[in-house]
Design a protein around this ligand. Structure first.
Ligand SMILES: CC(C)(COP(=O)(O)OP(=O)(O)OC[C@H]1O[C@@H](n2cnc3c(N)ncnc32)[C@H](O)[C@@H]1OP(=O)(O)O)[C@@H](O)C(=O)NCCC(=O)NCCS
Length: 200
């Protein structure tokens, strides 16, 4: 680890990445997080009950028999509580690509957790999963997500017109112009300290 790298969040050692569980505490944390405005687009269906939150987590936990899972997901754990999520989905093994997403509960935002978590996820996917290109997209009216991507070492590649379709907090579907970012395994590491990944 380069000691000169800044740790803008002051997140270490309190915050780590770790696998999601279907324990009650994680389920409650997901339900709480999805109650915040702007979170509707982070799930295919509404997270309005403990059952919804349980199903959301259960879909992330790979089957033990699955040697080549198409996704990798971690909870951002702050002092023992899940406060965020980083994930690579749509892993494509011919081209060694994947699609990154993240969210942080409103109570834990502004501490650098999304950036440090995404940097850790990218490092893990390049080093341990052999991926070469990680992509992400965010609505152009969500510049905060672009700041997270930049801080995590991603490069903005352009705007894709009406690429993504999300439900707003009122449940109405809308299409959005989307800024595309990507980070390659050969790109320089960002100047932040990635979170540690704690495996059980
Ligand atoms: C976007 C989101 C993940 C940011 O999480 P966070 O942990 O607060 O972000 P960080 O603290 O790691 O901030 C990283 C960078 O983004 C900037 N940033 C974060 N939130 C911001 C905001 N609301 N407005 C402007 N900049 C913001 C920070 O200042 C920081 O910039 P810097 O590197 O230049 O200092 C969080 O607000 C969230 O979960 N939003 C709802 C879901 C969402 O939009 N997910 C992304 C979908 S593509």
């Amino acid at each position: 680890m380069n000691g000169k790298r800044k740790d803008p969040a002051g997140t270490r050692p309190r915050a780590v990445l770790r696998p999601w569980t279907t324990d009650r505490a994680d389920v409650q944390a997901v339900l709480r997080a999805f109650a915040a405005p702007g979170m509707a687009g982070q799930s295919r269906s509404a997270i309005a009950s403990l059952d919804d939150a349980h199903a959301w987590i259960a879909a992330l936990v790979p089957e033990p028999s699955d040697n080549l899972p198409r996704s990798v997901a971690f909870a951002i754990d702050l002092d023992g509580t899940a406060v965020g999520h980083v994930m690579v989905s749509a892993i494509e093994r011919r081209h060694l690509t994947g699609w990154v997403s993240y969210w942080v509960a409103s109570s834990a935002r502004g501490r650098g957790l999304a950036a440090a978590g995404t940097a850790a996820l990218a490092r893990y996917c390049f080093a341990e999963r052999g991926l070469f290109r990680l992509e992400l997209g965010h609505r152009v009216n969500n510049p905060a997500s672009g700041r997270v991507a930049a801080a995590a070492g991603f490069t903005r590649e352009g705007v894709e017109r009406q690429k993504l379709r999300y439900q707003d907090d009122g449940g109405t579907w809308q299409r959005f112009d989307t800024a595309r970012w990507a980070r390659l395994a050969t790109d320089p590491s960002p100047g932040i300290v990635p979170l540690e990944i704690r495996h059980p």
